[in-house]
Design a protein around this ligand. Structure first.
Ligand SMILES: Nc1ncnc2c1ncn2[C@@H]1O[C@H](COP(=O)(O)OP(=O)(O)OP(=O)(O)O)[C@@H](O)[C@H]1O
Length: 682
């Protein structure tokens, strides 16, 4: 296989174009082959001139019927060339391309594509695309691929490069499936799929090619994940916890669980009270009340004399959960501790001893929990909060610290079912699809930066009513400072300026932990009116009295992230507001922010995010340490995923080390490369 050959050496590329291709992420022949078109234009339907419709982009066949004529209108050079077929005539028109006239000879026949118009009593096509009626026509007379481009690279050039790459290297693309699999899953051969995804013969073949490539992509992903899971998973039966009466525990709350919370809790308890080894995903939109459900489950584990651990992505969140739990368990004899990276050596040593000798019942912490030196006496229940921040591997490591520990994974990110199935193929899913009854929709407004002042004044009105305000700024690099407002700059400007009569705090990731804690604590207890921060407050932070979220440079955030940030308000019965301040008013940005103003539904937002950013960029995929998806669509390809899963399971069950499936093995190593820390097949 020679797919690692640098792209520069492909016919028609060379060093200059190679640089442009690098910008598109295409370094090697293999990258180019898997650089699938972003769209297609069907120019296959070849009409006669008689049938052309004015105003539409169409394709027709005609011959050059006369000499080119050239006109000069001010600085514009207009070139016109007449073409004809048996039924009629069309005028082809180019602007400022005087050299074009040398490309064509009278009598030559072409396939022509372009938008048809009617001007000066004549059917015309402006800036048409012409190609000889040859076998290898790439730009018209066929379904034409549309690639992502970069400045300096045209579609036509890109197409011819792609065509050369594919035809020159087709023999190096290897078929990973045997005949039996191909037949069973009705897959076309990989070489056919590659040619036809780029240069489809017809719609049908394009569909088959896409199916084949989506199948392969999801198959490899699933296979990789299965191998990791098998490596970490003990097939043992789970712990059977004794039933615990939760009445008193739940009665101490100043609210009643929603129906959805009750349902989720019952599903979790059912697993815990049975011999099933629980592997459950608890999914619920921001503010839906997942923490209390996890707390109840940990309470059951602790009352059964098992230890429970909860791993969360940030120190701030760890501390918040710790405090919530201390409060919930204050009269229950359950010992809760906090483990983060900030303890002194002595404190840590003490804590590790207590974890080991069992004097700690519930441990909350950041990923410090999965460090090697953390040994539990009898870990029976693990929770990971905000799973999308952790890799598949980290979840597995935590679980391994116990013996057949039950696992609960919590996420606020509305994961499309396909991704959930892929990442948590072995997980059952509970959904909290209902917010507590007192919640009001968060009123969201997107404004241009010139109206900032008004947003701040509005915030002051809310502060006067007793509420609190978040102002979030994007995380920025030094070099970026001119373009985005950093938390520090905004803080400096505001606490001396418009908010000078109010108490303003600043928190960002680079502050010493103690300072960070102090500011957060002050905000939580209402000592501060306004908290200016980076996205350190993004996940999980719960300050019900805060009702205004102002996001600076909102254009810099993904929609899913904006939704998470917005979820920091609207966590009580107060009417809450989110104001998105944009420093650019491009159409794309307007469109994205409009989605935020139109819906509070995390699932809808995730779906839109996927549409806008494409599957590769979609949250989670990279964070999970998975190879990027090039073609599969997480919302639409669920049926193919199921088949690919079946196929992966089949193959692993017969050939766990992929010794007999060496092509699959090689492709898998190639795809996952270092992404999974050499976990597979080592
Ligand atoms: N049934 C309920 N009725 C009223 N309030 C509730 C209910 N359940 C939870 N809450 C409160 O709602 C707030 C949000 O709950 P919690 O922090 O558990 O949300 P979450 O699902 O973890 O959200 P996020 O993903 O944003 O962290 C908390 O103040 C919690 O006490």
């Amino acid at each position: 296989m020679n797919l690692n050959k640098p792209i520069q050496y492909i016919k028609g590329v060379g060093p200059k174009r190679a640089k442009l291709l690098h910008k598109l992420g295409i370094e090697t022949v293999g990258d180019a082959i898997y650089n699938f078109p972003r769209d297609y234009d069907n120019r296959a339907n070849i009409l006669s001139i008689n049938d052309l419709k004015i105003g539409e982009k169409q394709t027709f066949k005609a011959f050059i019927a006369g000499d080119a004529r050239e006109y000069k209108v001010k600085r514009l050079t207009i070139t016109k060339i007449p073409v004809k077929d048996a039924c009629g005539a069309v005028e082809l028109i180019w602007y400022n391309k005087p050299y074009i006239k040398n490309n064509f000879k009278i009598g030559e026949e072409y396939i022509i594509n372009g938008k048809v118009s009617y001007k000066y009593g004549q059917i015309c096509v402006d800036n048409p695309i012409l190609e000889r009626d040859e076998k290898n026509k790439l730009n018209t007379g066929r379904i034409v691929p549309i690639y992502s481009l970069t400045e300096g690279l045209s579609q036509n050039v890109m197409r011819s490069i792609m065509y050369n790459v594919i035809t020159e290297n087709l023999n190096d693309i290897c078929e990973i499936f045997d005949e039996e699999v191909l037949q069973k899953y009705k897959l076309i051969e990989i070489k056919d799929a590659i040619i036809n995804i780029h240069f489809p013969k017809d719609e049908e073949t394009l569909k088959d090619s896409r199916y084949r490539l989506v199948f392969q992509e999801l198959f490899l992903l699933q296979l990789g994940l299965n191998l990791i899971k098998n490596k970490f998973q003990t097939k043992k039966k789970g712990i059977i916890f004794n039933k615990i009466d939760l009445k008193n525990f739940l009665n101490q709350l100043n609210f009643k669980l929603t129906n959805a919370q009750n349902r989720a809790l019952n599903e979790i308890l059912e697993d815990m009270y049975s011999n099933k080894c629980m592997n459950r995903l608890l999914q619920g939109d921001v503010g839906s009340g997942k923490t209390i459900i996890a707390a109840a489950a940990m309470y059951v584990a602790a009352k059964n004399k098992y230890q429970a651990a909860m791993m969360v992505p940030t120190e701030i969140l760890a501390k918040q959960h710790y405090e919530t739990l201390i409060n919930l368990f204050k009269d229950s004899g359950i010992n809760v501790e906090l483990l983060t990276g900030r303890l002194s050596i002595k404190q840590k040593k003490d804590l590790l001893n207590k974890i080991k000798n069992g004097s700690i019942d519930i441990l909350i912490g950041t990923h410090a929990i999965i460090e090697e030196n953390v040994d539990f006496k009898n870990l029976g229940f693990c929770v990971t909060d905000e799973q999308h921040r952790f890799g598949v591997r980290q979840r597995a490591i935590l679980k391994q610290k116990g013996k057949s520990a039950d696992v609960l994974v919590m996420t606020a990110t509305p994961i499309p079912r396909t991704l959930a199935l892929m990442l948590y193929g072995d997980l059952d899913i509970s959904v909290i699809d209902e917010l507590p009854p007192d919640r009001k929709e968060i009123a969201t407004y997107a404004i241009y930066s010139s109206l900032r002042e008004r947003a701040y004044k509005f915030a002051i009105e809310e502060i006067k009513k007793g509420r609190q305000v978040y102002i979030v700024c994007p995380l920025i690099e030094e070099s970026d400072v001119i373009n985005a407002r950093s938390a520090e700059i905004v803080y400096d400007e505001l606490y001396k300026g418009i908010f000078k009569n109010y108490k303003v705090g600043l928190v960002h990731g680079k502050m010493p932990s103690k300072e960070k804690d102090k500011v957060m604590d002050d905000f939580i207890i209402g000592e501060l009116d306004i908290l200016i921060s980076t996205t350190v407050i993004e996940v999980g932070i719960n300050v019900p009295n805060a009702s205004i979220m102002i996001i600076e440079n909102a254009e810099r955030f993904g929609l899913a992230q904006l939704h998470q940030l917005r979820g920091r308000v609207g966590r009580s019965g107060y009417q809450s507001y989110c104001i998105l301040i944009a420093y650019s008013n491009s159409d794309v940005i307007k469109k994205r922010l409009k989605i935020m103003t139109e819906t509070n539904d995390g699932f809808k937002i995730a779906e839109k995010d996927l549409e806008i950013r494409g599957p590769g960029e979609f949250f989670g995929i990279r964070q999970h340490g998975l190879p990027e998806l090039k073609i599969a669509n997480l919302f639409e390809d669920i049926d193919i995923l199921k088949k690919a899963q079946r196929c992966a399971e089949d193959i692993i069950s017969k050939d766990p080390d992929l010794r007999e499936n060496s092509f699959i093995r090689e492709e898998l190593i190639n795809k996952f490369k270092d992404k999974l820390d050499g976990i597979i097949l080592n």
